[in-house]
Design a protein around this ligand. Structure first.
Ligand code: ATP
Ligand code: MG
Length: 428
């Protein structure tokens, strides 16, 4: 049998059996973000290509080789967003939200990167993105880290660790950059092809290389921490103090640099060793220069983004108790009179039992065939109605799991009895 048109490689359907997990996670995230006063912003999935080039940086992996860029019918170059920060900053500027204002914002949705698809790495993937604009920190740096830590705690996650670093200001980084280039030039013959290319364009990214042959060389490189400007060093130590006091464990990773150009000072990553090579679950940092660079008023800012697919995979690997989203009850109706009465009964049950998940058998069939469907639906109980039940204004309640007995219940009592049978809204 032909499978029809295939989806685009690296882009996944989120099927009914999975979507309940996404909704569950999103509901928890919404609640936690609300508890910190963050408000949702929804921005377009496509932006002008120039926005990403100017924000993420021309010589980053994302802009060099991962963007989905097209000319639209008017000949303008547009790009499917590879990340959310640039669009949120653009929206903040175009809507005048950053003049003497502070914004705590979040957003969620699909992002697009033309990467090699593998477990935990897709071409369409989803992020939850949190941004605090207008705050110089380090208090707000701590806040968004505490917020993420609260999420892991709420989800009962284990094996997720925080790594922190400070990149200093662009000025102090420029000095360090020269030192680093000098060091790698001295060891040029040991560099791989990628790193040689980066040596001119983006030498800090060499520190992020995953090539095992380079690890020794990288370990010997000068440390950014030794060349931080005084204010950045103070900012970092104040952040650490707040985190220490709040009982947040972390390790300082002096080689943590991030893949986007716009970061300054605080950068961090929540990593796990339980997802193979795709271990970064949530990453972020401060980007004090970006708003101005994009034409807005000078506005300090910080944010993080978490990969929803990776977080769900981690929850699944730790047997997270996702709530069921199967129907709780299934209505079996045989004959025209029973269908007519059943459809109305089902409506009144949904009126009376908030959160009830009731599936009605549509499409007819014998009692036997319908009961089979009821069983396959995953419901706890079948509500059975035939011609005879209609005449007597009753239904039969038949437990589908365990060994309870079938009972007859009047229409008037049905909502009450069904409510006792299943927990309305349970797990929903
Ligand atoms: P990586 O080092 O794994 O490529 P990154 O540094 O490119 O990650 P960010 O740009 O910081 O990632 O994006 C934030 C989060 O989004 C990551 O921590 C990760 O969880 C998730 N993520 C990034 N790229 C992908 C992808 N292609 N597929 C699935 N999730 C992704
Ligand atoms: Mg990447």
């Amino acid at each position: 049998m032909s499978k029809g048109i295939q989806p685009i490689r690296g882009m996944n359907d989120i099927l009914p059996g999975q979507s309940g997990r996404w909704q569950h996670l999103e509901a928890i995230v919404r609640e936690i973000l609300g508890a910190y006063g963050y408000q949702e912003i929804r921005v377009p999935v496509v932006e002008r290509t120039e926005l990403f080039k100017r924000s993420i940086g021309e010589v980053t992996d994302i802009v060099e080789k991962e963007m989905y860029t097209f000319d639209d019918r008017g000949g303008e170059s547009i790009t499917l967003r590879p990340e959310a920060t640039a669009g949120i900053v653009r929206a903040g500027i175009s809507n005048g939200m950053l003049y003497n204002q502070r914004q705590r914002l979040w957003c969620t949705g699909p992002m697009f990167r033309y990467e090699r698809p593998q477990k935990g790495r897709y071409r369409q993937f989803h992020q939850i993105d949190v941004e605090a604009l207008g705050f110089p920190g380090p208090d707000v740096d701590a806040e968004i880290i505490l917020l993420s830590a609260r999420l892991w705690k709420r989800l009962g996650l284990k094996h997720i660790k925080l790594e922190l670093n400070s990149l200093g200001t662009p000025e102090s980084r420029a000095v360090y950059r020269e030192l680093l280039v000098g060091y790698f030039r001295e060891h040029y013959e040991q560099l791989d092809e990628d790193s040689r290319r980066r040596l001119e364009s983006n030498p800090l990214r060499i520190l992020d290389s995953k090539n095992p042959d380079l690890q020794g060389l990288i370990a010997g490189a000068p440390l950014l921490a030794d060349h931080l400007d005084e204010e950045s060093a103070q900012h970092f130590s104040r952040l650490r103090k707040i985190l220490d006091n709040a009982g947040i464990e972390y390790s300082v990773n002096p080689r943590l640099v991030r893949g986007l150009d716009y970061y300054s000072r605080t950068v961090f990553e929540w990593v796990t060793d339980q997802l193979g090579a795709q271990g970064a679950v949530c990453s972020g940092g401060r980007y004090d220069g970006l708003v101005e660079q994009l034409g807005g008023p000078a506005t300090p800012a910080i944010g993080w983004a978490l990969g929803v697919e990776r977080l769900l995979a981690l929850m699944e690997s730790q047997d997270y108790p996702f709530p069921a989203d199967l129907p709780q009850a299934y209505m079996v109706m045989a004959g025209e009179a029973a269908e007519t009465a059943g459809m109305r009964l089902a409506e009144s049950l949904r009126d009376e039992l908030e959160g009830l998940r009731l599936e009605v058998n549509c499409g007819g069939g014998s009692f036997k065939a319908q009961l089979k469907k009821a069983d396959r639906s995953g419901a706890e109980v079948a509500v059975i109605i035939g011609e005879n039940e209609v005449e007597r204004q009753v239904v039969a309640l038949k437990p589908l799991r365990g060994d309870g007995e079938q009972q007859e219940v009047t229409w008037a009592d049905l909502a009450g009895r069904l409510g006792g049978f299943i927990e309305p809204g349970a797990g929903g």
